[in-house]
Write a protein that binds this ligand. Structure first.
Ligand SMILES: [Zn+2]
Length: 170
């Protein structure tokens, strides 16, 4: 078990590994320990089962994870708050190649349980800009808070989807 955890090759769910949910270039470069504890791993598993797997199944495309778990040391190094849900393994930043983030975000909030979903660095004319931040707490403890961040300020809810030739602007 220790050897497996050391290499982080453990599968958290069918399509997601502990390795991709803990990977960090900053941690690798600076030699920062980004090993999650047992509770953090349980939270990451919930996030994979309850949120990421349904999205993977719906869009039938690989999900690229830019940041999952962040240890307190890593949070400090990148200037993120230690109270961030990333520090408990409850949050993940991701995107789907070739699918507008807003399209995925709308499906997510209408189809799965979640605590907070933020359309990060949203740009109206570029569906690929930014990423989706989503968090998940234990069942019954999810606020379903929806926010958009345009690089300057947070607003409640998501903007309307922009359509061109009968398709969402990707
Ligand atoms: Zn995030």
């Amino acid at each position: 078990m220790d050897a497996i955890l050391k290499n982080n090759i453990m599968n958290l769910s069918k399509h997601f590994t502990l390795e991709e949910m803990t990977r960090s270039m900053v941690a690798a470069r600076r030699g920062i320990d980004n090993t999650p504890g047992a509770g953090d791993i349980k939270n990451l598993e919930n996030l994979c089962y309850e949120v990421l797997e349904p999205i993977r199944a719906k869009f039938d495309k690989p999900i690229s994870i830019s940041s999952g778990y962040r240890s307190e040391a890593l949070c400090e190094a990148i200037g993120s708050k230690k109270t961030s849900q990333h520090a408990q393994g409850c949050a993940v930043d991701f995107e789907l190649n070739g699918v507008a983030n807003i399209k995925v975000a709308y499906w997510l909030v209408n189809n799965v349980d979640f605590d907070q979903c933020i359309l990060e660095y949203y740009k109206p004319d570029d569906g690929q800009a930014g990423w989706i931040h989503v968090s998940y707490n234990e069942k019954g403890d999810n606020r379903k808070q929806i926010l958009t961040f345009d690089g300057k300020k947070y607003t409640n809810g998501f903007p309307d989807m922009k359509w061109k030739n009968g398709k969402v602007v990707e």
